[in-house]
Write a protein that binds this ligand. Structure first.
Ligand SMILES: [Zn+2]
Length: 261
């Protein structure tokens, strides 16, 4: 089966599932601690709707090893992000920038996914050949049918990240209430679109809903030590490390799309 057909197939199956499942904000506290009660190993026991966290077969993140290389076709993804009104807030377990206006979309195989929000994890959640990077940004998109597609960008310590530089004062004073940022241009996030990993997984935090189309940018970007520290300071105590361990792939295909192969 070619990668395109495979993605569509997963899509069809899980759009049905996603439309009935409830993607609500987590109320029961979950942690990233290594304890079986409320840490990642025990998330499924905290809420009935979170059962899939520990019993699903398409969970994220995963280690992106042995990806099958495929030539990127025109429909693999198109991005049309644009500036829009946004707010910033702490969700306790992470810091989130959420767009209130139309921040544009990405299109995968003719399905449109609108950009809703972005947030950060540190260290990275996805690993590449076993390497865990210092930070990972998730740009969450949803379709009219309630399907989710996420763009993930990996970062290692180095030069400051432009997008975080524009937000630095707001991150220092962030609270649990939404704070207006004015117009935020998602294009300043800046990443290479030519090479990317693609697979079908889940939300990486409860309720761990499956059927999420992941696009992990291959090119690793940089973030300064100070920027990373500011993000860790801004979350609740105990969430300085807010990345879920890698999950079993269970035979899933991971594709590495390359333009110009
Ligand atoms: Zn995330």
């Amino acid at each position: 089966m070619d990668p395109n057909t495979k993605t569509i197939l997963f899509f069809a199956l899980f759009s049905l599932y996603s439309s009935f499942s409830n993607i609500s904000v987590a109320e029961t506290p979950y942690t990233y601690d290594q304890n079986p009660e409320n840490g990642p190993e025990g998330w499924s026991k905290l809420e009935h709707q979170w059962k899939i966290c520990n019993h699903g077969k398409l969970q994220s993140p995963i280690d992106l090893t042995n990806a099958r290389v495929s030539s990127a076709h025109d429909d693999a993804w198109k991005i049309h992000h644009k500036p829009a009104e946004a707010v910033i807030m702490s969700r306790g377990h992470d810091i989130m920038v959420s767009w209130k206006g139309d921040a544009g979309k990405m299109v995968i195989d003719h399905t449109e996914f609108k950009l809703v929000q972005c947030h950060w994890h540190s260290p990275s959640e996805h690993t590449v050949n076993g390497t865990r990077y210092d930070m990972e940004l998730h740009m969450v998109h949803t379709s009219a049918q309630g399907q989710t597609a996420v763009i993930a960008v990996l970062y290692k310590i180095g030069r400051p990240n432009e997008f975080l530089t524009t937000l630095q004062n707001e991150i220092k004073t962030v609270g649990k209430e939404e704070k207006k940022l004015g117009i935020v241009d998602p294009r300043t996030i800046g990443f290479h679109k030519q090479k990317f990993y693609r697979y079908v997984g889940s939300l990486t935090a409860p309720p761990c809903t499956e059927g999420v189309i992941w696009t992990v940018v291959k090119k690793v970007n940089t973030v300064s030590m100070e920027q990373l520290a500011a993000l860790r300071d801004a979350v609740d105590d105990g969430f300085e490390r807010n990345s879920r361990p890698v999950q079993e792939t269970n035979g899933r295909s991971v594709w590495l799309y390359e333009t110009n192969v």
